[in-house]
Design a protein around this ligand. Structure first.
Ligand code: HEM
Length: 499
């Protein structure tokens, strides 16, 4: 009979393991989220009714589907178009409510006063990112600054912040001028050959990719292009298809895209790692880019807590590349749309550039004096914020688009393009609440690259408006939508004239 006892014991052991795994699954997908949900409910928050295990994902999908099939006239009132489900739920449940991504409850916030209260005493290092997003975006950001928390975040931020000092950024302005001039020379060739209609979204995104490749890891465009294209492909693999973030085993729902993203992630890491290794062995050739500044900063003092490892450097390069090129490119793209619609502002900018810079070369120290251009940038970041939301801590989702289009905060002219609202209040543009306008986030985790993006924005825009005037093409179709960032999904064709 003994030979029968062995399989019985094995079966029992397997049953115990199975029950244990089932319990763990239920605990993490059902018990824990429900405890968090009940806590939020006890604090008085309501929200749309979720279903297990998809949460409110199906409602989101339906609402997105019906909104994408309706075309949008050229209005800046875009909240109901880009976040139709939040727009609807806000009407039913107010500006703070609970919704579910799969089995994860999220606190939605579009009320700046609520945000002020809950963030008043929280230090930058204590603000993490929701775990579901960390897992979801791992191939893009790895353990880069955007994703790290606690003392690790403090260490990374201390090493990274000096790289973005004004003195270091100054040396990067010539790289920006060079890439932009190449793009504008291409535009001139097109115009003179009788093709004045140019899709500026594609053009600016690829030039911004070139600029960030140079400023981040100093690569020539030909090399940078390969990393850039792989990063774009990875973004498409991750964001083009309906994804089930927060749903248990969601990785298995889009296996092809997920394995494609992982494969690309590994290739990008290997390429960046080889650049770092060759930099380390090639001490004789100092470079003036973010990577070398980080490598130099990592060596100051030599203590291990001040150093970033090679794989951390790779993750930071990816973070700069991804966080840096698309946001700035989209800020510029939406600016060109608004300037094409408001040609009087093209003239105002030209006059200001003439006064501040004249006909000479652009010097980075002059850029701060381009005040009107600063107002224009802020107004664009208000109407078409490339970073449409901020994700924080234990599952908080802050709706920046809603706050930027809130009549109660901005007044009756909320949907109008009026850069002059920043004239007397350069930081908040007259917004009635200081937490109502967060183009670069808030608190200790505010965007580390904001000065670099302003430098790039002002240089590129100066070069464009001094060489060309432009108007909207009749082929333009207003279709802002979210693909991680807020983008014109059908491009931005403009008609150019040389000045
Ligand atoms: C118009 C351009 C840009 C916009 C609108 C923008 C917006 C933002 C926002 C909203 C955050 C989140 C802050 C928070 O959680 O509170 C952020 C963080 C960050 N941004 Fe930017 N950004 C821009 C350009 C850049 C550039 C050029 C770089 C780098 C080259 C960059 C690198 C980062 C990094 C590393 C973080 C994470 C900071 C941290 O967690 O400590 N960004 N940005």
């Amino acid at each position: 009979m003994e030979f029968l006892q062995f399989p019985l014991a094995l079966c029992l052991a397997m049953a115990v393991i199975f029950l244990f795994m089932l319990w763990r699954l239920l605990y993490s997908c059902w018990v824990l989220p429900n405890q968090a949900y009940q806590k939020l409910r006890r604090n008085g928050f309501s929200g749309p009714t979720p279903s297990f295990p998809l949460g409110n994902i199906v409602d989101r999908k339906k609402s997105l589907h019906s909104s994408s099939s309706s075309s949008l006239s050229l209005t800046h009132d875009i909240h109901s178009k880009v976040f139709p489900y939040f727009y609807l739920w806000q009407k039913l449940h107010g500006k703070v409510f609970i919704y579910w991504l799969g089995t994860e409850p999220f606190l939605y916030i579009a009320d700046p006063e609520f945000l002020r209260k809950i963030s008043a005493d929280v230090m930058g290092k204590s603000w993490g990112k929701p775990t579901v997003f960390k897992n979801d975006r791992k191939p893009m950001f790895g353990n880069g600054l955007v994703m790290v928390e606690g003392d690790e975040w403090v260490r990374h931020r201390h090493i990274i912040t000096p790289a973005f000092s004004p003195a270091n950024l100054k040396t990067m302005s010539s790289m920006t001028v060079e890439s932009t001039t190449n793009m504008l020379d291409r535009w001139t060739a097109l115009i003179t050959s009788g093709k004045p209609e140019i899709d500026v979204e594609t053009e600016i995104t690829s030039t911004a990719g070139e600029i960030i490749a140079k400023t981040s890891f100093g690569m020539s465009y030909e090399n940078g292009k390969e990393v850039f294209e792989k990063l774009r492909a990875m973004q498409m693999a991750l964001f083009k298809y309906t994804r089930y973030v927060g749903v248990p085993f969601s990785n298995f729902m889009c296996p092809i895209q997920n394995s494609e993203a992982k494969k690309l992630g590994k290739e990008i890491d290997a390429m960046l790692l080889s650049i770092i290794t060759s930099r380390k062995s090639n001490v004789g050739q100092p470079q003036k880019d973010l990577l070398s500044l980080l490598m130099a900063e990592s060596q100051v003092g030599g203590s291990s807590e001040k150093k970033l490892t090679a794989s951390e450097l790779v993750d930071e390069c990816k973070t700069f590349f991804f966080g840096g090129h698309e946001t700035t490119a989209l800020a510029l793209t939406w600016t060109l749309l608004l300037l094409a619609m408001h040609t009087e502002w093209q003239n105002q900018l030209r006059e200001e550039i003439k006064e501040v810079i004249g006909d000479g070369e652009i010097d980075a120290t002059m850029l701060a004096r381009l005040k009107k251009m600063g107002w224009v940038m802020n107004e664009v970041l208000r109407l078409y914020s490339p970073a449409p939301n901020v994700q924080r801590g234990t599952n908080m989702w802050i709706d920046v688009v809603s706050m930027n289009h809130d009549r109660q905060l901005w007044g009756d002219d909320v949907y109008e393009f009026k850069p002059e609202r920043f004239k007397d209040d350069s930081l908040y543009g007259g917004c009635k609440h200081k937490m109502g306008f967060l183009p670069f986030g808030f608190g200790g985790r505010m965007c580390v690259g904001r000065n670099l993006s302003m430098l790039e924005y002002k240089i590129v825009l100066t070069l464009i408006v001094t060489r060309f005037s432009f108007s909207l093409s009749p082929n333009y179709c207003h279709s802002p939508s979210i693909m991680l960032s807020l983008r014109p999904t059908q491009g931005l064709p403009l008609i150019f004239q040389q000045l």
